[in-house]
Design a protein around this ligand. Sequence first.
Ligand code: 5AD
Ligand code: SF4
Length: 471
Amino acid sequence: MKRTTPVVPAEDIRRQMGYCDELRALNARRPVPPLAWVDTYGCQQNEADSELLRGMLCEMGYQISDTEQGADVIVINTCAIREHAEQRVFGNVGALVHGKRRHPDQIVCLCGCMAQEPHVADRLRQSYRHVDLVFGPQALWRFPELLRRVYLRRGRVFETEPSDGAIAEGLPVRRSGKLKAWVSIMYGCNNFCSYCIVPYVRGRERSREPEIVLSEIRALVEQGYKDITLLGQNVNSYGKDLEGEMDFPALLERADAIPGDFLLRFMTSHPKDATEKLFDVMARCQKVAPCLHLPFQSGNTRVLAAMNRRYTREGYLEKVHALRQRIPDIVLTSDVIVGFPGETTQEFEDTLSLIEAVRFDALFTFIYSPRKGTPAAELPDPMPKQEKSANFERMVAVQDRISLEKHRAYIGSVQRCLIDGTAQGPDGGLTARTPGNRLVHLSGAPALIGQFAPVRITGCSTWALSGELAR
Ligand code: 5AD
Ligand code: SF4
C-alpha cells in the first residue's frame, strides 16, 4: 500500500525555523528576555502539543513561565470534548482581558480543539477581541509564522479553516518531565463515534513513520526517560495509512526491543481494533506495561450501536477475557458515558452490570455532553438531568467500591515501582507508580526519584496505594 497521508515538506519546516530565528533576533533586542506561558486543557495529546509549542517559543527567544503574570505571550491550548471544558476556557480567556489592559503589547493565542469549531471561532472573533491569534491543531506546526504575523502587524490572525491535516516532523520540543515522556505515534481519528467532536477538529487518522517514532523513543531512553507513553486517538489503527506492513503490535514489539530499563505505555485503544495479536505482543514484551485503557462507553449493545462504536457488549467482554487469559493481572481502565441521548435506565443498568463483570481498576466517568455538529446532538434526549446525575452517582459509587477492593488486594505484595516525584500536600513524601500505573505514596529520600525500586504495599485508599521501600 502507498502512504496516503501527506507529510509536510522539510523545506516548509525549515521556513518555520527561519521565522523562529527572525523573532529570536527581535526578542534579543529587548532589555530582558520576554516570557511565554502555555496553559493546557484536556488530554495527553494536548500536553504533547504544548511541549511542541514551548519548544517553538524557546526557539523564538522566549523564556517559559509557569504563570500568566507578566507573560508577553499567552497560549491557551484548549479541549472541546465536553461543554464543561469549553466553559472553563471561555471563563479563563475572558479574565485575561484585565492583564492585557495593563500590558497592551501582550499577545494572547488560543489553539487546540476548540479553535477548530466554527461557532467558537465566531464567538472569539466577535466577543473576545483581546485574543490575537486563533489556530487549530492542524496548523500547530505553523505557529512561528502565525505568531510572527501578529508580532509584526499587530492585527488579529484566525487560522481555523477545516483541514484533514498532515504529518509535521522536526519541530523543536521542550518536555515537561525528565522521567516520563509522551510520543505521538499518530494524529486524528476516523471513527466518528456519534457523540464525539474529535474527528471534526483533529482531522483524519495519520501515522508517523515507524523509524522516526523508534528513533525518538531511542533518544528518550538515552536521555534517561523511564516511562514512555505512545499516544494516538486510536493507536490500534496505527500504520493503516503507511506503506508496508507496519501495524501497532509490530511497532510496539520493535519499541520493546530498544535496549534500556524503561516502560512502554500507550493510549487510547478502540475495542473494535484491539486484537489478540496486540494482547499476545503485550504479554510477550517485557517493557510493555501490564495495563490497558480500553474505553467501553456503554454496557448496552443498542446504545453502543447508537454511539457508532461497532462492537457489542458481548464482543467487549470477550476481548477482556482474551486479554486476561494472557495477562491475568492486567490493570484495566476505561471511559464510560452516562446519559447518552435516549439511554433508558434499564440500558444504564447494563453499564453497571458490565462494570461489575469486568471489575476495572479505575474508570473515567462522564455525563453525556452534546457537541454541536455531531449526530448524537440531534437525537431526542428525554431523560431529565437529575436522573442522569443520579445514575452517574450510582455508577461512581460502584466503581469506588471496586477500586478500593482492587487496591486492598495489593496489600502485602511487593511491586517494582518507578519513584517519580514528591507528593504535594503537608505530609510530603515520595510518589511512585506500579507497573500498571497505580499511584503509590511512600517515604524516602528525594535522591531515589528516577529509580525503579521494590515497594511493599502496606495500605490503600480508593485512589492510591501506600507502601515502603522493600530493601
Ligand atoms: N460527552 C461526554 N463524554 C464524552 N467523551 C467524548 N465525547 C463526549 C461527550 N460528547 C468521553 C469518552 C471518551 C473520553 C475521552 O471522553 O468517554 O472516551
Ligand atoms: Fe472520539 Fe470515538 Fe475517535 Fe475516541 S475513537 S476520539 S471517542 S470518535
